[in-house]
Write a protein that binds this ligand. Structure first.
Ligand code: SF4
Length: 376
């Protein structure tokens, strides 16, 4: 197949669904790690097309959603300071911090700019040597390499007025944390293909062995998801637990060596807090000693942050797969994309946003692959 729409082919989807139905003999709970996969699943009604024995549990892989409130509040504080140009991808601007968001900081006069690459922020720093330019570097192994590249370039070019507010997270420790949770129901994982396209698959066999779970590397189109489910169910029914790459068009076992080398040069592994979940050991990256001068947290020494999560928001349970978004009392009533309580309602990869966007509570299950739910 060469074109994206071929990965949405209804006839092929029916065949994969038939294979899954034929293979399944008892209930299984699979977690899709990535929020992008969650959106594909909800948008196309894949969870409703699967046989009832196969449950898809939404995982913590939404980078915006897991960025800790304390870091959001630090971003708000730094962005409010005179002389600062605060650059971010657009999906961070609506994420609620304690009492406000980056849009409100911009409305109050802060110089908050949406950029499409950290290198855009670096260019702004070069063009404005009298301003401090900060890029909000969040996300998983996918967004970390370009952020590392920006810092590397800043150091190489001697651009001293550029810094990174870092909150990077890593998938394998999150899988470990999910499996160690006392009420964990997850029996297998659909791993995030884009993460593995950078990092490869070498970190996963130890997890599959330790927890006895199949881990199938999966893409983001409907047929990718269905093929991932098919391979996972096959392993579960056979009592196997191996790492299987169902996304070979993008993922090689060794990942992307150049990107990994850049990560190793610029970052070092650290414990990281995940919003709504708590600290997961060794689950993040921070700038290594060599690049510490480019760390916005050090440069701006933001202290005295008093964080407050809305009491009604249950996004921590949503992110751990313990609660479906529509089971939250505030879903769609007090909490909407216009009045979000949590990041999961505004992020383009957030599970609450997916349920709201595709009207999960208002539409009947699709009659056939892939009848679109109305959007809007
Ligand atoms: S629906 Fe809103 S309040 Fe409920 S968990 Fe999601 S973001 Fe939080």
């Amino acid at each position: 197949m060469r074109y994206i729409d071929e990965f949405q082919d209804p006839a092929l989807a029916r065949r994969l669904l038939d294979d899954i139905r034929a293979a399944v003999t008892r209930p299984w709970a699979l977690m899709e790690v990535c929020g992008g996969q969650t959106h594909t699943i909800i948008r196309h009604g894949i969870d409703q097309l699967l046989p009832p024995e196969v449950e898809l549990i939404h995982g913590p892989g939404c980078p915006v959603c897991v960025t800790p409130l304390e870091v959001i509040d630090k971003a708000l504080e730094i962005a409010s300071r005179p002389g600062v140009v605060f650059c971010s991808f657009g999906d961070m601007l609506r994420v609620p911090g304690t009492g406000r968001d980056l849009f409100q900081v911009r409305g109050a006069g802060g110089d908050v700019r949406v950029v499409y690459s950290p290198l855009d922020a670096l260019r702004i720093a070069r063009e404005n040597p009298d301003r401090e330019v900060v890029f909000f570097g969040i996300g998983f192994e996918t967004t970390a390499p370009p952020n590392a590249m920006a810092v590397h370039q800043a150091r190489r070019l001697g651009i001293g007025n550029f810094s990174l507010l870092v909150s990077h997270v890593r998938v394998p420790p999150a899988i470990e944390a999910v499996m160690q949770s006392p009420d964990c129901r997850v029996q297998a994982f659909l791993a995030a293909g884009h993460v593995c396209s950078v990092m490869g698959t070498a970190e996963y066999p130890a997890l599959a062995d330790r927890f006895g779970v199949p881990i199938v590397v999966t893409g983001f189109e409907p047929l990718d998801i269905l093929e991932g489910v098919r391979r996972t169910v096959r392993q579960l029914e056979r009592g196997e637990h191996t790492v299987d790459n169902a996304y070979p068009r993008a993922v090689r076992p060794e990942g992307n060596p150049a990107a990994r080398a850049m990560l190793d040069d610029v970052f070092e592994v650290t414990d990281r807090a995940w919003r709504g979940i708590g600290v997961i050991p060794s689950s993040g990256w921070r700038l290594s000693e060599r690049y510490r001068a480019y760390d916005a947290e050090h440069r701006f020494s933001v202290t005295g942050i008093d964080t407050r999560e809305p009491a009604a928001c249950r996004s921590g349970e949503v992110l751990q797969g313990k609660l479906k978004p529509h089971e939250c009392e505030a879903f769609g009533t007090a909490c909407t994309p216009r009045t979000p309580f949590g990041a999961t309602m505004v992020s383009s990869e957030g599970a609450c946003a997916a349920y709201y966007l595709y009207r999960r509570l208002e539409t009947a299950p699709p009659a056939a692959p892939f009848e679109e739910a109305p959007v809007g």
